[in-house]
Design a protein around this ligand. Structure first.
Ligand code: GLN
Length: 257
């Protein structure tokens, strides 16, 4: 069974289990507080990851969604799901929203509603430091490239002529593949590649300055839930106005230029 099918089966199974457990979007916590069930793929630093404490999800997205939940009067519950299982989980009603560095695009808009953009991103290339042959995207023709499955990086890599694309489960796996010289290059969202360079202290790789795309991240919401979309947008707007968004941004990315 291919990985894709396996992940899909797991998502369906999770959805069925959630239904059986009676989880829905309007469930209340024991103390009567409303619960916002958030889906994320927590392997995407600095947006979502598990740090020293594996139960405490950290990152820009995690701080932002907690602030949004607070603003809306919901208790936020984080669920860690495979990236390509997130939209199926949302469609099945297993989670209420997705925040996972997810790019707003037309294909996804057929399946989910998106909030207003909350972060501007783009894709960048990482190669071995001594690789002089790959200087930009045009040099990726016919090369071996690692990407995360189900992402905009995967979609872009597949458009490159003659490229052999390896689709892996996480961005962390793409870095391992590059370090093991299983591929010539990796394509990921720029902040994720940049963060790896700083945090991993891996001196044998570099990112190229050219960006392939300009992308906006949005919070995904079930197609039927326009009310929740309105609430999320209102909360996001408030946080941008009252300086809370800027505080969270500065914590993870430094002051805005
Ligand atoms: N922004 C990219 C996408 O939406 C990657 C997201 C991710 O891997 N978490 O496809």
């Amino acid at each position: 069974m291919s990985k894709k099918i396996l992940v899909l089966c797991m998502s369906v199974l999770l959805a069925v289990m959630a239904l059986a457990a009676g989880c829905g979007s309007d469930k209340k916590a024991a103390d009567g507080e409303k619960v916002l069930k958030v889906g994320t793929n927590a392997d995407f630093a600095p947006f979502e990851f598990q740090g020293a404490d594996a139960n405490a999800y950290e990152g820009f997205d995690m701080d932002l969604i907690r602030a949004i939940g607070k603003e809306m009067g919901y208790k936020v519950e984080i669920n860690n799901v495979a990236f390509d299982g997130l939209i199926p989980s949302l469609e099945a009603g297993n989670i209420d929203v997705i925040i996972s560095g997810m790019t707003i695009n037309d294909e996804r808009k057929k399946k989910v509603l998106f909030s207003d953009s909350y972060y501007k991103s783009g894709l960048s290339i990482m190669v071995a430091k001594d690789n002089e042959a790959i200087k930009g995207f045009k040099d990726l023709k016919g090369k071996k490239i690692a990407v995360q499955i189900g992402t905009t990086s995967a979609a872009e890599a597949k458009k490159i002529e003659g490229a052999q694309v390896k689709e892996l489960n996480s961005s962390a796996d793409t870095f391992i593949e590059l370090a093991a010289k299983g591929v010539d290059a990796v394509i990921n969202d720029r902040p994720v590649n940049d963060r790896y360079i700083v945090e991993s202290k891996n001196d044998n790789v570099k990112t190229l300055s050219e960006l392939l795309t300009s992308e906006d991240y949005g919070i995904a919401i079930n197609m039927k839930n326009t009310e929740l979309q309105g609430q999320v947008n209102a909360a996001l707007k408030k946080l941008k106005e009252n300086g809370e968004y800027d505080k969270i941004y500065a914590k993870w990315f430094g002051e805005k230029k």
